[in-house]
Design a protein around this ligand. Structure first.
Ligand code: PDD
Length: 302
């Protein structure tokens, strides 16, 4: 059955959801987005995703067209309109439809689109045996902290990885680790978990905050600091995180094994903690939209 999607206040079958060609999302990639995993109908880390959505909107100077309470109610309804218990919600806001001109239009109504697709789970093969990655220079722009739909640099990098038979790339700028095409990267050396600090060079993944919490709870030493290329090349373990890949081990880099060449003990530890965090979120259930709004007003670190 055709999934029901949300477009500018309307609920429509996907095939009937259309955007004018002059939408600035189409013309300029002038928009922002979010991807939120949903487990048993409960959006996971919803507050953090919503806080990041608000931050992205502010960065590109689009007024929030809905607000925290309405976003939450819309996403709950979207999830309830699908069949699958586990899903991915995709939300996008563009600056709207206007005559083509680079500068912002004087008056345009943002386009708001959201869809949700079933999440069959990360393939067991990837979870249990890990994936291959390649290294690449990071040739994207210098505002990678904005979750913008302008993703050509990421698209080309990911395709290079796929062309090389890998699942993801591990990118470097000025000799230091940045991130993957659509994931954050984690390095384990001598029992310490490392990841680069939040800056304009990477997207602050919602799983960065999550893994920070998991390390703290499990007494795992964590260093959020610039990571040199040599540290990646000599890592005991490498991992990646994203909404859609959760947490998976990278077992080969540029065709060479990472550490032992199979998923390591730190991965196993954090994997168990990640799964427990998902279960705890399901057990807590959904937050009421009004409670979400007041939590966002109080400030949430994404
Ligand atoms: N991408 N870095 C980049 C460039 C990303 O695109 C993503 C996620 C991440 C991980 O962030 P999070 O943990 O919040 O998913 C890091 C999503 C999944 C996508 O574009 O589909």
């Amino acid at each position: 059955m055709e999934p029901i999607v949300y477009l500018n206040g309307n609920w429509l079958p996907l095939a009937e959801a259309h955007v004018p060609v002059l939408d600035r999302g189409f013309i300029f990639g002038d928009g922002i987005y979010e991807v939120v995993p949903v487990y048993r109908a409960v959006p996971f880390r919803w507050l953090q995703h919503l806080a990041r959505l608000e931050r992205s909107l502010a960065e590109v100077r689009i007024d929030d067209p809905l607000g925290p309470e309405a976003w939450t109610a819309m996403v709950y309804e979207l999830v309830d309109r699908q069949d699958a218990p586990d899903q991915f919600v995709y939300m996008q806001v563009t600056r709207g439809v206007a005559r083509r001109d680079h500068a912002f239009p004087a008056a345009a109504t943002p386009t708001v689109f959201a869809m949700s697709t079933p999440f069959p789970g990360v393939p067991t093969e990837q979870r249990e045996h890990g994936v291959a990655a390649i290294t690449l220079p990071d040739e994207r722009w210098l505002r990678c902290h904005i979750k913008s739909t302008s993703l050509l640099g990421n698209v080309l990098a990911r395709q290079q990885a796929v062309d090389a038979g890998a699942v993801e790339c591990v990118m470097f700028r000025d000799g230091r680790l940045t991130e993957g095409a659509a994931s954050n990267i984690w390095v384990v050396r001598d029992g310490i978990v490392m990841t680069p600090p939040r800056s304009h060079l990477i997207l602050a993944g919602i799983r960065i905050g999550l893994v920070e919490e998991l390390c703290l709870q499990a007494d795992v030493p964590l260093a959020v600091r610039p990571v040199e290329r040599i540290e990646v090349d000599s890592a005991d373990e490498l991992m990646l995180t994203s909404a859609t890949k959760e947490l998976i081990p990278i077992v080969s880099l540029d065709g060479r094994p990472v550490g032992s060449g199979s998923p390591g003990p730190m991965y196993r530890r954090l994997r168990a903690a990640y799964d427990a965090a998902v279960e705890a979120s399901v057990a807590r259930g959904r937050m009421a939209p009004a409670a979400v709004a007041s939590a966002i007003a109080d400030g949430v670190r994404a």
